[in-house]
Every structure is written in C-alpha cells, then in structure tokens.
Ligand binder design. Structure first.
Ligand code: PEP
Length: 253
C-alpha cells in the first residue's frame, strides 16, 4: 500500500504569530476530522520550523517539511540551512526542486541530486518536484520534459534511497494560476512518471512510490484529482494557507 500524503507549502508567507495560529488551527482540525490513513505535512518557512514542530509534537498525523535544504554538510555557506539542522528541529521531509527554486535560484539537476543525497544522509525524506512549463505542454513535449527531469536527478539514487522519496508532479502553468490540470491530465502524467520510475528502479518500488499532484488544487477540485489511480495526494500552495480549505482538501480522499 502506498502512502497518501497531502502537503501544504506555505512558501514565503506568514509572520511567527500568524504561522503558529495557522498551524494550531490545522493541528486541531486534523486531529478531529482527518482519518489515520492520510499523512498531513506542513511546510512553513525556516524561522518557524522549530516552534511549529513543538506545537504539533503530540499529533501523529501531522508532519513537518522544510521548503529547501543545502547540498552542503556544514561550513561557510552564508544563508544556507543544512539537513542536520533541519533534522535537529524535528523536520521529516524536505521539498527539493520546486519550480520556484529552479527558476529564481537557478537550481540545476546536479544540485537537486546533491540536495536529495544530503537530505537522505540525515534521514530526511525528499519530496522531489517536477513539472513542465506551458511551452513544453503546448508543443506536446511534456512527457519527455518530465521524464528528463527524473532521469537527470532521481535516477542516480540507489534503490534504498529511492524508497525514501516522494515525487510531486507540478505543471508550472498550474502553479498559483488558478488553472489546474484536469484529473485526466494529472493521471496520465502520474502513470507515465510511475512507468519511468519502474525502469529506473523496479516495478514494485515504483508502484509503492507516492506521487503527488500540485497546481491550483482546492477543495472544489481535489476530490476528482485524488480519485485517480496514480494520484496519491497533493502538494498544496495557496489553499494551504487557510486551515479550513487545507483540511477540506485533505478530507477529499
Ligand atoms: C506549489 O507551489 O507547490 C503549488 C502547488 O501552489 P498552488 O497550489 O498555489 O498552485
């Protein structure tokens, strides 16, 4: 059985007080309303990780992710945050290769591979993000584009390392635009990703890999998208900043 996951990516939003208030609302709603079979993840900005971790400690259904991790172990890398630091404050997952990091911070495939390695070395589970820009979809090259992203970073992991990762398919044209992929578009890409993974690793490992959909997911469209065979949950941006919407998305399974 593969894990169902809904992860909220808060991006660069909220002050300390607002972050704690949001997470305590989510904590209560998840405790009261969400089934045990869904893993819920919140991904606050770095400064709030430790306080969010303390607040959610008693809630087994709620887990913590960071939005990025350094590929370096430690040392003179001003502004960077290491995997060991994240682990030491209770982080379990880390986003790697979000399209905003690829675009604004020029993170390339090699760097993303190194970030996954650094995370895995310290027991963090990478959530590897992939997805095509609009021009690639319009040119009907979206499968090839996403396949290449997987080949360039994920395929270099060992079988044991691959077992620890989660994939998030996030078409760039759907992120923060209100324009979501249809459930059919999500399903066909997820099936393609799983097929590619089965060639890089093995069929059973690929079958067991959790593949999330991300891109303008909301309480109105989540149920249809999550109902698809190869969609194992979502990576949620904007809608994860509202506790009611986020919880309703989680309950869409
Ligand atoms: C994201 O950035 O990961 C994302 C899915 O954003 P949104 O839900 O706002 O489109």
């Amino acid at each position: 059985m593969r894990k169902k996951i809904v992860a909220g990516n808060w991006k660069m939003n909220k002050t300390a007080e607002e972050a704690l208030s949001l997470v305590s609302e989510i904590d209560n709603m998840v405790k009261d309303e969400v089934n045990d079979d869904v893993t819920v993840i919140v991904t606050p900005p770095f400064p709030f990780l430790q306080s969010v971790s303390k607040l959610t400690q008693g809630n087994d259904k709620l887990h913590l992710a960071a939005q990025d991790v350094s590929e370096h172990e430690s040392g003179a890398y001003t502004g960077e945050v290491s995997a060991a630091m994240l682990k030491s404050v209770g982080v379990e997952y880390v986003l790697v290769g979000h399209s905003e990091r690829r675009l604004y911070h020029h993170e390339d495939a090699q760097k993303l591979y190194q970030k996954m390695k650094a995370a895995l070395k310290h027991g963090l589970k990478p959530i590897f993000c992939c997805g095509e820009p609009l021009e690639e979809r319009d040119a009907d090259r979206h499968f090839e584009y996403v396949g290449q992203q997987l080949k360039d970073s994920v395929s270099y992991l060992s079988n044991e390392e691959f077992d620890q990762i989660v994939i998030a398919y996030e078409p760039i044209w759907a992120i923060g635009t209100g324009k979501t992929a249809s459930a059919e578009q999500a399903q066909e890409m997820h099936a393609y990703i799983r097929e590619q993974l089965s060639q890089m690793f093995d069929a059973e490992a690929a079958f067991n890999c959790t593949i999330l959909y991300g891109g303008s997911c909301n309480p109105g469209n989540a149920q249809e998208i999550f109902s698809k065979e190869d969609v194992d949950g979502g990576l949620i941006g904007g809608a994860s900043l509202k506790s009611r919407d986020f919880t309703d998305i989680i309950k869409s399974f």
